[in-house]
Design a protein. Structure first.
Ligand code: Q0N
Length: 286
């Protein structure tokens, strides 16, 4: 891409500038676990995530407009509008897990939400909660209160962001649950367009931005199996890896099983065969 300027790298994605108004997001097949990118790729993982995001963008534009302009024929590249990104990560939790569970155990609260006593790990919350965090350049994002988030984006904008985030989560969680997948929690990135209108960006309701749990195995009272990464985690535990860089190479059977889980999630949620998506990526927008 001779006229395309590389502007940023994520752990598993690259961003290029197409011109002053447009970006190209390219999803690689890299996979991270325990916050380390592994040396082995999962074939088509980036295509699954690109297709899922695009599917959700097409189905949620009645809730909030989004940055999607189109998908490229490689099925892993998204052309999008360039926005002024808000300096907060917009997390919604429907279940108590991860850093939310840690905060609840320590204080009974998550981001200023007082939760009922006696919740078990991974339990469904009475209502989904908006739990913003700051974008840490390195390491983990840090949970913040709504008051701290209001200082970062403005009080009125935060009210709008919280309403949109909760509505997006409720919509997608209900849709996924009907297809056997629990969306335990999710993270959005939002930005502002040239008219200061709120626009949904980045990736949405993918296994990298959300916790996907198989509904048929849901058992609160401990951590849940991951829909997509469980074979990878189990393998990494079985070899006694210390969870610091570099991670282990994955054997072929773990790669194949993991690829199949990504494709299964794509097909269950979109109702589109993965081969049909590869032949014409924009079928997920219909
Ligand atoms: C943007 N990020 C963080 C790569 C992606 N539409 C947009 N306009 C302006 N900036 C961005 C977007 C989008 N999307 C978002 N960086 C720039 C998301 N990263 C995380 C790491 O992987």
């Amino acid at each position: 891409m001779p006229d395309t300027v590389h502007v940023a790298s994520g752990k598993v994605r690259e961003i290029y500038a197409l011109d002053d108004e447009r970006l190209l997001l390219v999803a690689s097949d890299r996979i991270s676990t325990f916050d380390v990118v592994l040396p082995t790729e999962i074939p088509d993982k980036g295509r699954v995530l690109t297709g899922l995001s695009a599917f959700w963008f097409a189905r949620t534009k009645h809730i909030v407009p989004n940055h999607l302009l189109g998908l490229r024929d490689d099925a892993r590249s998204t052309e999008c509008r360039r926005l002024a990104m808000l300096p907060v990560e917009c997390v919604v939790r429907g279940y108590i897990t991860g850093s939310g569970w840690k905060d609840y155990l320590a204080s009974g609260e998550v981001c200023g939400h007082r939760l009922p006593e006696g919740l078990r790990e991974s339990e469904r919350l009475p209502e989904p909660i908006f739990t913003p965090s700051t974008k840490a350049q390195t390491g983990h994002d840090e949970n913040i209160t709504r008051e701290q988030a209001a200082e970062l984006v403005g009080a009125d904008r935060l009210v709008e962001v919280e309403r949109v985030a909760l509505e997006l989560y409720r919509f997608a969680a209900a849709y996924a649950e009907a297809r056997g997948i629990i969306l335990a929690d999710t993270k959005f990135e939002l930005g502002l367009d040239e008219d200061s209108c709120l626009v949904l960006a980045d990736e949405v309701f993918t296994p990298d931005s959300s916790r996907f749990w198989p509904a048929d195995a849901f058992a609160p009272g401990g951590p849940q199996a991951s829909f997509d990464k469980q074979y990878v985690r189990d393998y990494c535990e079985s070899v006694g890896w210390d969870k610091t860089y570099p991670g282990p190479e994955l054997p072929d059977d773990v790669v194949a099983e993991t690829r199949a889980k990504y494709v299964e999630a794509f097909q269950r949620l979109t109702g589109v065969s993965f081969d049909d998506f590869l032949a014409d990526p924009e079928v997920v927008l219909q």
